[in-house]
Design a protein. Structure first.
Length: 481
């Protein structure tokens, strides 16, 4: 691990760095930030490993319904059922008496490919093709409709109004609440959920569930621009530290408070990608997406950007789950050929560290029958500081850039209005087979240093009837809204 960022920070106070073990959560699930958590909801209480950290306000981590097998990478722990945790080493099984189960995210044996398309915030559409043009109009209409909107999406019923569960916030696993939520009717049940984040520090942590981020109000909607796209809340994940929401439910970061090291060493700073991800090309085709080896990145988009960052991953945060796509043959109302979700990307690395080692990454990894690898890519590159440049909203300008005004008001209250910047909202679309069980893992981390923060905001996960085919040009990927 290379700690080579100190010289980049000018005029910053000395950071107080505190390291601690992560907490664990259960199917309940209430736990502090920065926790290591895996949950299984199997009609009974889960299990929790000991050694949890309770030094933060309580938040709810994702609940999950155990279904199918979950194979982990070496040394990891996975949940096998209520009261049981299974170590990644063959044959080692232990039983815990506390509710909730804590594990590092395991590697699932199935995966699907994801694509992302830009979500147009001024018009409604269900086009799942990939677009790379930016639309930065200040509207926040996220009720995407078309002449043939997917009935699986039409039936979705949000459940995050009274919940701080991380998966509920993005539109998943509402069936853990029971009552009116039914899988494959108006909700999406997940299995083998894992949630990995460094422990809280100084009252902050690397993730938050909130009604909004920052203070900018969209003049066209009179609603927070970085607010919910479905339901009431969003999920924020970061390589830095985020304060708890204020009484109005907004996460507001003081200007310039985007230079944080969330942990020392361990799994948070190990120079490997979060499991099951790898930075190795998984397709023999130089262009990727064909003849996937089922283990490595079939998009072939990560390797070069990983190398640009020297393979030096720091301040990692990730979560994952398994889910089964609806199918008419299984009695559902429609076939799901894909899924979508909305996101935006913020980083203090913009603009001066574009095309350098400091190439922070946000990646979503899918494992499915036909595809394994990165599903969030643009112009043949993963979502990094370098690949996403130029961005929609600049807080900081390049030296002597006559065309940059900086301090974009969209960044008010995010911490990035004077340091870095952000993309607009994007929509990602992934392709799967109806009826198959696949896994998704979301991760964000620094590259080359552990100081300059990068944050992603996530919401509006939904089934998509059309889906996409990764090996078709411009079919999968991300597109701005």
């Amino acid at each position: 691990m290379t700690m080579n960022s100190d010289w980049r920070v000018t005029g910053l106070s000395v950071l107080v760095l505190l390291g601690a073990c992560g907490d664990s959560v259960d199917g309940g699930i209430t736990a502090s930030a920065g926790e290591t958590a895996t949950s299984t909801d199997t009609d009974g209480p889960g299990t929790t490993t000991q050694g949890s950290n309770s030094n933060s306000e309580s938040d709810t981590l994702p609940t999950s319904t155990t279904a199918g097998s979950n194979s982990d990478s070496e040394g990891e722990t996975t949940t096998t059922g209520p009261g049981t945790t299974t170590d990644g080493t063959e044959g080692n099984t232990s039983t815990s008496t506390e509710p909730g189960t804590s594990t590092e995210p395991g590697t699932t044996t199935e995966a699907t490919s994801t694509t992302t398309e830009g979500v147009d915030t001024t018009t409604t559409t269900t086009d799942t093709s990939t677009s790379t043009t930016n639309d930065t109009n200040d509207t926040n209409d996220t009720n995407d409709t078309s002449d043939e909107e997917c009935p699986l999406a039409q039936m979705h019923l949000p459940c995050d109004a009274d919940s701080d569960d991380a998966l509920h916030a993005i539109g998943l696993n509402c069936t853990t609440l029971g009552g009116q939520w039914t899988n494959n009717q108006n909700a999406v049940t997940v299995a083998n959920a894992t949630f990995q984040a460094a422990p809280p520090m100084l009252g902050m942590k690397p993730w938050q569930v909130a009604k909004s981020y920052g203070t900018f109000i969209d003049p066209n909607t009179n609603a927070p621009f970085w607010g919910s796209r479905e339901g009431d809340k969003v999920l924020l994940i970061s390589s830095g530290l985020l304060p708890a929401p204020n009484p109005q439910g907004a996460v507001i970061v003081p200007d310039g408070d985007v230079f944080n090291d969330v942990a020392f060493g361990g799994q948070w700073d190990s120079d490997t990608m979060p499991p099951p991800m790898t930075a190795v090309n998984g397709s023999p085709d130089p262009m990727g997406f064909t003849n996937c080896d089922g283990v490595n990145d079939c998009s072939n988009t990560i390797a070069d950007q990983w190398a640009l960052g020297g393979g030096d991953a720091e301040d990692k945060m990730w979560f994952g789950f398994e889910v089964t796509a609806p199918a008419i043959s299984n009695g559902q109302i429609a076939d799901a050929n894909g899924y979508t979700f909305d996101f935006a990307y913020f980083s203090a690395e913009f603009p001066e560290w574009v095309n350098t080692d400091y190439n922070d990454i946000f990646v979503v990894w899918q494992s499915s029958e036909d595809y394994t690898g990165n599903v969030t890519f643009i112009n043949g590159q993963p979502l990094t500081v370098t690949a996403l440049w130029p961005i929609d909203f600049q807080g900081e300008c390049e030296f002597l850039d006559p065309n940059c005004q900086g301090s974009d008001p969209h960044l008010q209250g995010t911490g990035y209005i004077s340091d870095g910047g952000a993309t607009g909202w994007y929509k990602a679309t992934g392709g799967v087979k109806p009826g198959e069980t696949f896994s998704l893992t979301f991760a964000i981390f620094d590259m080359g240093d552990s100081t300059y923060d990068t944050t992603a905001i996530l919401d509006n996960w939904s089934w998509d009837c059309e889906g996409c085919i990764p090996n078709e040009v411009d079919d999968c990927g991300i597109a701005p809204q």
